[in-house]
Design a protein around this ligand. Sequence first.
Ligand code: NAD
Length: 357
Amino acid sequence: MEIVEVMESGDYEQLVVAVDKNAGLKAFIAIHDTTLGPALGGTRIWPHPTEEAALTDVLRLARAMTYKNAAAGLNLGGGKALIWADPRTDKHEGMMRAFGQFLEGLGGRYITTEDVGSTPEDLAAISQATSHVVGLPRTLGGSGDPSKATGFGIYRGMKVAAKQALGTDSLKDVSIAIQGFGKVAGYLADHLLVEGARLTVCDINPDAIARAKALGSTILEDPDAIYDVDCEIFAPCALGGSINSNTIDRLQCKMVAGSANNQLLTPEDGETLWKKGVLYVPDYVLNAGGVINLSYEIGRPYQEEEAMERVAGIADSVEKVMSISKDENISTAKAADWLAEMRIKSVRRAKGIYLAP
Ligand code: NAD
């Protein structure tokens, strides 16, 4: 991997390689873009098989955070960190504190939070060495688990999108197929059921199935059958890549809206949905509730009510994306990227004018 070339072509600002032999720490901190503000993104702890795989992952994730934060209207840039270790066997408090020291050295250019492999306890250890960490447990003054805010944001965004796809923003009697009934889907379902939506759920975890069943959802025995469900909304809330050339033709829905990151396996899948007339609500626009909620921890004491009010604004972002898609005659997937890129470009331009002699 020609790292400078990769960074130049992807418009990355900075890559930090953090090594502390005594603490057993090997980490990468990728800062993609800080035009809008300090880079915010989680720390993933994962034992990638090669250094190249680890770097590819952290760079890709950092860039995605720039788009998510920009489209959400946050004054935050995009970044991500990767601790190259097995979270089940390798991580310990000393490693987290050592990692925190590297973050402190960045002086707030990058703010971290939880991601795959890291936990609120890890964040608490990191916070012993730096203040540039959010998503701390409530007991430590943080906002705690972001899933509640994510679920609420998806609900509000789903309603406004339903107005376009179904002709009404009421979700009463609307049939919704949910793939994966984890933390976010659970919170989302609470809102949907209050409105009287009809839920069909699949999961691979019996405990998740039991929770969905207790709420009166229809349960699918075969998780793969979720793609064939005759429904109005398909909500991917498990893993990425579930919208792909093998599944798109099976979908019966008018709209795809869920929490999973990277729902589209390839960019072409967004185009295919658009051509089929299925309204795809771009994942990073719809699932930004967690990050919006976290942003309310930065530089002020966290207030849940204030944060949730702002999370509800995801409905406005979804509306903007739908209107760009209509006006420019482009897919909603492209419209979301356009929205994020335009915002960054306009601020960059303004900064350029301001700095000019
Ligand atoms: P979670 O682990 O609590 O839930 C995921 C659920 O999906 C689990 O119950 C799991 O058993 C199920 N699952 C996995 N593979 C499946 C399959 N093939 N078929 C059906 N079910 C399957 O995770 P979560 O926090 O609810 O997040 C769900 C998705 O939303 C993830 O993609 C995550 O990256 C994304 N997301 C989460 C947040 C958040 O605030 N938690 C924010 C943004 C995006």
